[in-house]
Design a protein around this ligand. Structure first.
Ligand SMILES: [Zn+2]
Length: 110
């Protein structure tokens, strides 16, 4: 079957496992549950990064923006999808829930 994103390698947001190597993985699936850690990954062009470094840089940037926004009551709130990614990435750190509940974050990862 033709790949929807040719040349793109997919990695788990949570454990960095290569999703392409997981049995049954198809990049047109929209979301994929990592067979190693069970984390849901969004497979879309919003989340394509040049490298793992870029991806981690993006996350660090989101975290920095959010920390700045917390000090500014009129700042933009992180979307629940992005908050959930960061939360999962940081090992479900309760300091990284960005005002969302664990339930909301888990739902966004589904
Ligand atoms: Zn995983």
């Amino acid at each position: 079957m033709a790949k929807r994103f040719p040349g793109i390698e997919w990695f788990c947001d949570n454990c960095d496992a290569s999703l392409d190597d997981q049995p049954g993985f198809d990049d047109s699936c929209g979301t994929w549950q990592c067979t190693q850690c069970g984390c849901m990954n969004t497979i879309s062009d919003d989340y394509i990064f040049e490298s793992q470094e870029d991806y981690h840089g993006w996350l660090d940037n989101q975290i920095a923006m959010q920390e700045a926004a917390e000090e500014d009551p009129y700042g933009e709130r992180l979307s629940v999808e992005d908050a959930a990614l960061i939360w999962a990435y940081s090992g479900e750190d309760e300091d990284r829930m960005f005002g969302y509940t664990e339930e909301e974050l888990r739902e966004a990862l589904q």
